[in-house]
Design a protein around this ligand. Structure first.
Ligand SMILES: [Fe+2]
Ligand SMILES: [Fe+2]
Length: 313
């Protein structure tokens, strides 16, 4: 007789209890989270939502990121609650705003209202994110696009669609033009990223973005460099991580990107900041060193939470 509980439900509930177990190392909880992201579905989303009760801003912001990338409207109420929670860390709220933009529901009034209200936030990273998300929703609506997932090699849902421009110097000019909207500058950034997999000049143009005034923009620069994993960005990432007065959201993203590049030099630098005064940076370095182990080992899966669940049994 069927109990109504599938193997998948059992797996998700095991992963869920591991995700919220704060005695487990952060690097393991990240792998669990990314396994839940791959599984998708309502139970996985409920499991990720439970982790918003944690005290780690790093974990919670990654939970919001994953919910956005899962592109499932079931997550919308959870993300709205996080975005609207004034007591929540601004990096977590930023990621919830971006995730709502990624899910892309132009006809959902609750989403539009929340993004509009939070585009006036006193935290620039929240206000700017919500404005970009609104611009994205409007762009999708005007262009009649429902599914804006990228083609390979980047399967992420980007906060802005890449421009159809291939001239690196033109794109760099837009990227660095502080008078233009962040949405447009993001469009230049993703166009440069799409050129950057075999073009160091595109990577170096992206690195120039670290000189810009918006912390949100600088964190996106670091994130995109993580997708590219190019050794020619190491120096720029290194000097940004070394700036102790840089926003922790930017230093966090630089750390994880250095982990994904994963050379000896990157690992040594990450070890140096394992005891950083900022918790987000400390935990990012722990996760980044784990990512580095992953990229340096050929037949190893990052989303190996399922294997971990089997080992538990
Ligand atoms: Fe972010
Ligand atoms: Fe991040």
């Amino acid at each position: 007789m069927s109990t109504g509980v599938s193997d998948n439900d059992n797996t998700v509930s095991k992963l869920s209890s591991m995700l919220i177990d704060n005695t487990l190392p952060m690097k393991l909880r990240f792998r669990i989270l990314f396994t839940l992201k791959t599984l998708n579905g309502k139970h996985a989303i409920d499991a990720i939502n439970l982790a918003f009760n944690d005290t780690s801003a790093l974990l919670k912001h990654e939970c919001a990121y994953c919910l956005g990338q899962m592109a499932n409207q079931y997550a919308i109420p959870y993300l709205l609650r996080v975005l609207n929670d004034e007591k929540e860390d601004s990096m977590v709220r930023h990621e919830a705003g971006e995730a709502l933009g990624a899910i892309g529901c132009y006809d959902n009034k609750d989403v539009l209202n929340a993004l509009e209200a939070n585009s006036q936030s006193n935290y620039p990273e929240i206000a700017e994110t919500c404005q970009i998300a609104l611009d994205r929703l409007k762009w999708l609506h005007e262009n009649n696009i429902c599914d804006s997932n990228n083609k390979k090699p980047y399967s992420t849902i980007d906060p802005a669609p890449a421009f159809d421009i291939t001239d690196i110097s033109d794109l760099r000019t837009i990227l660095l033009d502080e008078k233009k909207s962040l949405f447009e500058r993001y469009r230049a950034l993703f166009a440069l990223r799409d050129l950057g997999s075999d073009n160091d000049n595109a990577v170096l143009a992206i690195c120039d973005g670290f000189q810009c005034s918006s912390a949100l923009f600088r964190h996106e620069i670091a994130f995109v460099l993580g997708q590219l994993q190019s050794v020619c960005s190491i120096n720029a990432l290194k000097s940004q991580l070394n700036k102790l007065d840089e926003h922790y959201m930017v230093r966090h993203e630089c750390a994880e990107t250095l982990g994904s590049i994963g050379t000896n030099e990157c690992q040594k630098l990450l070890e140096l900041y394992l005891n950083d005064r900022d918790r987000v940076v400390r935990e990012s370095c722990e996760v980044a060193l784990d990512i580095s182990d992953y990229v340096n080992s050929k037949d190893f899966q990052y989303c190996n939470g399922l294997k971990l669940v089997e080992m538990e049994c």
